[in-house]
Design a protein around this ligand. Sequence first.
Ligand code: KG4
Ligand code: ZN
Length: 346
Amino acid sequence: MTCVLAIETSCDETAVAIVKNRICCSSVVASQISVHQQYGGVVPEVASRSHVEAINEAIAQAFLEAELGWDAIDGIAATCAPGLVGALLVGLTAAKTLAVVHQKPFLGVHHLEGHIYATYLSEPELEPPFLCLLVSGGHTSLIYVKDCGHYETLGETRDDAAGEAFDKVARLLKLGYPGGPVIDRLAKVGNPAAFPLPEGKISRPDGGYHPYDSSFSGLKTAVLRLVQKLEQDTSELPVNDIAASFQETVARSLTKRAIACASDYGLNTIAVGGGVAANSGLRKHLQAAAASHNLRVLFPPLKYCTDNAAMIGCAAADHLSRGHTSPLTLGVQSRLPLTSVMQLYS
Ligand code: KG4
Ligand code: ZN
């Protein structure tokens, strides 16, 4: 067994976990949502400062919950990319410092590789190849998972991420931040067929069309136009029906692409990750479509879908067990393609 202490601070959760291979021994998540809510979104400077304030306590808590000491730890990992640079620096610096003090190997982890590994925490028997549909506030990707460190991004969003679209539509409906959970709740009592909305038109900068790419900014604009028109015509906005129609369009669009991609590449398992994996409309559509195509779809528990350090520890434990470690000179990067994961290790 390889036991890793992992730190995740790429956005607005200060998270620390202790993981043995694919078993989560403890997972602490100190959420900053209430701090950012008053601004209507994540403020990078505030996120960095909040990470500094929360990190030592989160590390102590992770050891306490796992009932383990430093002698059990084989390596120390932190998310190093992609994410908010100042926020990433807090976790990475803490991990490097602890690695030096306790003389343990250090590993930087790609945040999206962490999201892919989240599925292993609830499905430890799962092995590649499989398709990962990653739908979060920052990403909408279809990833061909080949092996540890080896990925191919088959589709991504041309503009807004799926979660970002939920947040923006919630803002224009004056529903607060984050938007996904409230839209999901209202959609349950709304009519998804009330307002037909357009799925995004997708073309690449070279003019080419890509069947697995998504686009949500056109949909967001269509909702804006609809709201403006309804505000002129009616005194009370049919918020539930708008939420249901919007959610239906996003769920249909993501399902269509994921099913086509898995079928075309002969992959029989789709693992879903990221905060939008919680969405009841997406779950319903994808499960029904997967069943009719003889595909298996895995939705890990929400605590592993949204940002957490257990998924980072799970990825790091696999790399460490293969002898991969990172140099202490490794820095943070706001962007890094998944194809560059192996560059983090020597
Ligand atoms: O994975 P995550 O916690 O953080 C990122 O890495 O971005 O995802 C957060 C996103 C937010 O945009 C939030 O609105 C969305 O996930 N989200 C949802 C739901 N719960 C969270 N979107 C749709 N339906 C939900 N139930
Ligand atoms: Zn994430």
